[in-house]
Design a protein around this ligand. Structure first.
Ligand code: GUN
Ligand code: ZN
Length: 444
């Protein structure tokens, strides 16, 4: 089916730089038409030029007054933590023990996992997120639940079974052998199935024995197109613990590196306390960092220095890290990212913020040839944003005739109310605060 949307197009064609110096990296077309054919963008350009060229059978949906942006890319989140969000009073290690692990044990039950996957993915969709890199639990059925629901919604998702063979409670541990066996079954079932991509998922170095880390490194070699996702250098007590568990290693990151887990398509959440040498290794290996500002503030972990990472040529994406993070909204996550940089004397430009949430995230997931911008031939994942969603937004976004200034107001003040519609793979899945997906067997 072919249809067109008429709206104001705002997206990145390349990295504009943290200070937004490369103005040509941003494309803004106030009166644009975007033509979708099947699952892809077929034409993109000025309404005045394109409208006369469209055949009479192509329906044009008029969304003038709204912004059309690429679907957001969340580079790090945990679907089993839907009920962990907003848990009071603990820093990382205590937070894991007290809140997170008990919730994750519930995912042995497939019905619980199915309901949680639905809830989580519906929150992503209503916030305009169409791709994410997602932790499941140690239970293989949690991965089946997740990909079944993400495919029902047409989303491009990266996810995998968490692997933990020590320092986790009963019911949440696998072994080096069973973890690999189950991961292989899941890779064979889900990796590159439709829009699904599998991630080998060591939770963090503290919950795997050297034997399991070695086995995961071998698995990553055996399946080179899979992803790897984990956590690194998030919290000071965590780092001290890792140093005790792996005394022979140069650094926390080095534990992953020496086990073959630092490579392209490896996404490491947090990366707050990396050394210069670690950052150089990240860049050399082609691994990505996921900056998770709401989580880093909420759990009290620290301030990620974006300028330092970019200077070291690290590839950076943005993550909500729900449920350590406090919002499913990538707009709210950008607002906090801006503040975390402000506290360090750096003003992240609106252009770079747009990049981080879209094409930059796609690049961090090595998906920049498929998603992240509105270009002919790319997969048609996009959102419509309503600058009049609230009285405050309407007033603030109409102050100046400047699209990036309006965008900055939208990311600072906006949230799920700002998302007028979400399209995935060429299909409208959310509009007017209502999910529009066909859900066979859905009960929520
Ligand atoms: N480190 C190990 N596991 C986790 C987790 O679930 N969330 C966060 N934020 N950090 C972690
Ligand atoms: Zn996390």
């Amino acid at each position: 089916m072919t249809f067109a949307i008429r709206a104001s197009l705002l997206h990145c064609l390349r990295d504009p730089g943290l200070d937004g110096r490369d103005g040509g990296a941003i494309q803004f077309i106030r009166d644009a038409v975007v033509v979708v054919e099947g699952t892809k963008f077929e034409r993109v350009g000025d309404a005045a030029r394109l409208l006369p060229q469209l055949g009479p059978d192509v329906r044009v949906h008029d969304h003038r007054g709204q912004y059309l942006l690429p679907g957001f890319v969340d580079c790090h989140a945990h679907f089993p933590q839907i009920d962990v969000i907003a848990s009071y009073g603990a820093q990382l290690l205590e937070w894991l023990e007290k809140y997170t692990f008990p919730e994750e044990t519930k995912f042995a039950d497939r019905a619980h996992a199915d309901a949680a996957a639905k809830f989580f993915l519906d929150r992503l969709i209503e916030n305009g997120t169409t791709t994410a890199s997602v932790f499941c639990t140690v239970h293989p059925q949690s991965v089946d639940a997740f990909f079944t629901e993400s495919e029902a919604r047409g989303l491009r998702m990266v996810a995998g079974k968490c692997m933990m063979d020590r320092n986790a409670p009963d019911g949440l541990r696998d072994t080096a052998e069973s973890g690999v066996r189950e991961s292989i079954e899941l890779i064979e079932r889900w990796h590159q199935h439709g829009r699904s991509l599998y991630a080998i998922t060591p939770r963090f170095a503290a919950t795997s024995t050297p034997e399991q880390l070695r086995a995961m490194g071998a698995l990553a070699m055996q399946y080179p197109t899979t992803y790897i996702q984990s956590h690194v250098a998030e919290n000071k007590s965590e780092i001290e613990w890792i140093a005790k568990l792996f005394p022979e290693h140069r650094s926390y990151l080095d534990v992953y590196d020496q086990h073959g887990l630092l490579r392209e398509r490896a996404i490491y959440a947090h990366c707050i306390y990396l050394s210069d040498l670690d950052r150089a290794r990240m860049a050399e290996a082609g691994a990505s960092a996921a900056f998770c500002p709401t989580s880093n503030l909420f759990i009290g972990s620290g301030l990620y220095n974006l300028a330092q990472a970019i200077a070291a040529r690290n590839v950076v994406g943005l993550g909500t890290d729900v449920g350590g993070g406090t919002s499913y909204s990538m707009l709210q996550t950008l607002a906090e990212a801006y503040k975390v940089q402000q506290l360090q004397g750096i003003s992240m430009s609106p252009a770079y913020a747009l990049y981080l949430a879209t094409l930059g995230g796609a690049n961090a997931l090595s998906l920049e040839d498929k998603i992240g911008s509105i270009e002919v031939g790319k997969e048609a994942d996009f959102v419509l944003i309503d600058p009049r969603a609230t009285a405050l937004l309407e007033r603030r976004t109409s102050l100046r005739n400047d699209a990036l200034d309006a965008w900055f107001a939208l990311m600072t003040l906006g949230d799920d109310r700002t998302i007028a519609a979400t399209f995935a793979n060429g299909v409208k899945i959310y509009e007017n605060r209502t999910l529009q997906i066909a859900r066979p067997g859905a009960d929520s």
